[in-house]
Design a protein around this ligand. Sequence first.
Ligand code: ADP
Length: 499
Amino acid sequence: MATATQTIPMEKSVAAYVAKPRLMLINGKWVPAASGKTFPTYNPSTGEILCQVAEGDKEDIDRAVAAARAAFDKGPWRNFTPSERGRIVWKLADLLEKHAEEFAQLESLDNGKPITMSRIADIPTSVDQLRYYAGWATKIEGNTIPISAHGAKFLAYTLREPIGVVGQIIPWNFPLVMATLKLAPALAAGCTVVLKPAEQTPLTALMLGELVQEAGFPDGVVNIVTGYGETAGAALAAHPNVDKIAFTGSTEVGKLIVHAAAGNLKKVSLELGGKSPNIVFQDAEIESAIPGAANAIFFNQGQVCCAGSRLYVEDKQFDKVVEGVSQLASKIRLGPGMESTTQMGPVVSEEQMNRVCSYLESGFSEGAKAVVGGSREGTKGYFVKPTVLVNTNEKMKVVREEIFGPVVTVMPFSDVDDLVARANNTPFGLAAAVWTRDIKKAHRIASELRAGTVWINCYGVLDSAMPFGGYKQSGWGREMGHEMLNLYTEVKSVCTPIS
Ligand code: ADP
């Protein structure tokens, strides 16, 4: 029986939230941009303006960095005990959980993603990240170091200290998840933060700012400046009083961040693009591999840095897998984010839709064929049909470059060594997956793939506790897990003679 589609009625508080222009959080106050300018954020399901938002630029970044600097250098934040820091981050998680439905709705309105996904994936993930790092606040430890030099006895130990003022620039694909993943470890470690959300999706980060205040963070510890990348983002990346910049976004902008950060040699961590190989061997459990491969590319409209966008299938199973993934793709219900039956929403913006469609055109001009999809859907909103491309090879742009949309290229293979070389033949190295029943083969291939995460007989499993990040041009450093605390701490060695 078909389920009746229902448009989720907007919570009153969400309707009220988007009805007013949104301000920025600087030094504990909600303020307009110094220039007085605002910019629109759109509902990608309709293409209509959803809300006006303060358009921060260099001057606002200067104010926010000054507030974060003062909060770090002078306190009271630096006098909070680790336990107090942990409790306040945990309190933020509790508040977010309490307001989960409002955040889920606002996320779906601003980003376009299905409300069912915001409810079961985005918001609970954000809550979990906050709790995970709240627990770490009391467990950031140094070591005692045995010293051999100089013939005397020494006591030497290391301290892990907060790195200082952190600039965090985040993308639009998981707006709230990216905000909490950046904020939680930085705050647990004792840093202060200036967060710059993506201009396409600033709303849930701003609403989180309200909860940051309710949780009781001192003024200036968390500042949220909305605005465009070329202005606000660039000013933050270049700022001489910022000690560290954490960026998630495109590889292209990641390189700009590195250049901008060179002025004061601030520390940089980057989580960038991917073109992840998803490898299905003929001895795989095909009934799991097919939906696994479909989900690997179609989840979140394909707007996932670790999406399984290059699907390699061993010869004998090629037709079956192409048919299976295509069938699943053709059944995906496209619709507005706020409809209860929507399985795939629009992509985030008109620009992104045009970008994905121009990749499709480029693929067709180079000889690719769409088994399903291959174009925009409808004329209202920014929908792209889930697309399965065959007749593709590694010379084509659609196979080499990150499309960041619901487009998978499927390619056959026969020889394993050749397959590994093809899978690794990319400037990226974020993730990869192997589907096989042969345990030895699975682990051997996992060791040979140059990627920060390798899934075996699953795809896209991420967890607050499991490090994630890229080899090669997919990034610098690892986020999630205790590894991420290294990005927000400096190691200090202390040494003294004791004889
Ligand atoms: P996408 O191409 O997927 O939109 P981007 O890498 O352009 O991703 O954007 C990710 C984040 O980087 C956004 O918050 C955006 O505003 C910001 N950004 C874009 N350009 C710059 C820049 N030159 N300097 C700093 N931040 C930028």
